[in-house]
Ligand binder design. Sequence first.
Ligand SMILES: C[S@@+](CC[C@H](N)C(=O)[O-])C[C@H]1O[C@@H](n2cnc3c(N)ncnc32)[C@H](O)[C@@H]1O
Length: 354
Amino acid sequence: MRKEFHKIAYQAHTLTKLRLYEAYIKAWLPVFMTNSGRVSEIWLFDLFCGPGCDRNGRKGSPLILLNELTKYLHLPSTKNPPKINIIFNDRKKWKINRLTKIIEQRPPLPDIVNIKLTSLPYADIFPHVAAVASKCSTACFIFIDQCGINAIGDNYLRQLASFPITDWLAFVASSSARRFIKHKNLALHLNQKGAWKDAHRTVADTCRELIANPDYFIVPFSIKHGNNIHGLLFGSSHPSGAEKFIKACWAEDKNAGEANFDIDGIIQNSSQLLKFFSKKLDAFEAELRDKIFVKEITNTKEAYEFALQFGVMASHAKAVLRKMKNEGMIANVPPLSYQTTIVRKDIKDITLIR
Ligand SMILES: C[S@@+](CC[C@H](N)C(=O)[O-])C[C@H]1O[C@@H](n2cnc3c(N)ncnc32)[C@H](O)[C@@H]1O
């Protein structure tokens, strides 16, 4: 029988997941904490939170969040943050009791932070989450660290994608979705079986198809554990959210920015030297060039958004444009970033010269 998750030490694949969660929290918090005019409240939901740490006291998602939040609350730039609400939930009462004790022993947070701990099944807490997240005045981050698949089943997924200022990060047991593809109890049915190593990519494709909004960002990060390929799925309607998660993914995986293993089999041993080249970046380059040639992409905003949908960064898109300029194919390499194309709306044409 499998051991209870929190009665053993976190394993390497769990630590990868928690590192990505931490990196995203670090990037997300300052956006709304230092810009109090934009929203009236911040809500952070950790819906499968566990007791706070593993059996060795290594910090889990709740303590990662509280540590990061404490840091930002003490920064001079965080002058007037909006009200911050945190919901820690886990179906198992003993985990919530243990987490309550840990939080009580920590230095108190300022009054603007309100922490609530609940012990409800996901299906029962989700409607409360939806009531908050559907407002246009609240910025939400939802962490769905489930053990299976069902918490991002069709019905949940469509709601998550409809919330106006909500980013979410979900763990998905993608190999199980692939293995039990026809099982009627599964809330998410893959659109195809796909290759074993692509199990999590297939989950991401299925989710994109269900959401059916080409402007919505779904970013997968595959996590191999034994023979299973599970992973994290990030969702946001906002390019800045997608960019932050993609940046965290590339910090973890310098080859493809999307896995804790060699997902495209690209690490080759040539004359005793390990030679790295990125098939993902090659594929991105080929597609971006094609789209520019057929004039499907004609400006920097389109190129920037295409990069994010592909799971690569603005710098990768810029590198392709630079190559095309050097080859005499485009006239110039205009500025291409979140700041220029989205914030300043300084959108420049990409001009083909042959
Ligand atoms: C992978 S663990 C979460 C780990 C946690 N994020 C951490 O960093 O330690 C999944 C948790 O979900 C809880 N859980 C399982 N099914 C649930 C459900 N339907 N609703 C809420 N919590 C559930 C389990 O008790 C377990 O603590």
